[in-house]
Write a new protein. Structure first.
Length: 121
């Protein structure tokens, strides 16, 4: 079961495979463009940066720019120069943990007795 907050563009979805093969990050670009269109009415009153990260881990350039800006501002406040790198690391680990749900497949039972238990759960 996928976590409720993860709605990243699926690199491996049948609808996206052709674009993924042609260009790395194509699915993230499509998702970012869709978000920009969806929230276009906010641009008059808010700063909006679409954040799109594919299930395979490719970040859209605007997501990278946003995280870099947050890291720079945090560094300016704290004086700690590695804040941007740590922020990327924390986000990447979190995304990897949540993305694993998309690829989890229950392992087959090793014995006939386990097959009874496996299908009864």
């Amino acid at each position: 079961m996928a976590p409720p907050f993860f709605h990243g563009p699926d690199t491996f979805a049948e609808a996206h495979v052709a674009n993924s093969v042609r260009q790395a990050g194509a699915v993230a670009s499509l998702a970012a463009n869709n978000k920009a269109t969806k929230y276009d009415q906010l641009t008059g009153t808010h700063v909006f940066n679409p954040v799109a990260i594919e299930t395979a881990g490719t970040w859209h350039y605007q997501a990278i720019e946003l995280v870099e800006e947050i890291g720079k501002r945090t560094t300016n406040i704290t004086g700690y120069p590695k804040k941007t790198a740590y922020l990327f690391q924390q986000l990447s680990v979190s995304l990897q943990r949540e993305t694993r749900f998309l690829f989890e497949v229950p392992s087959p039972p090793a014995s006939p007795l386990q097959s009874v238990m496996f299908f009864s759960t």
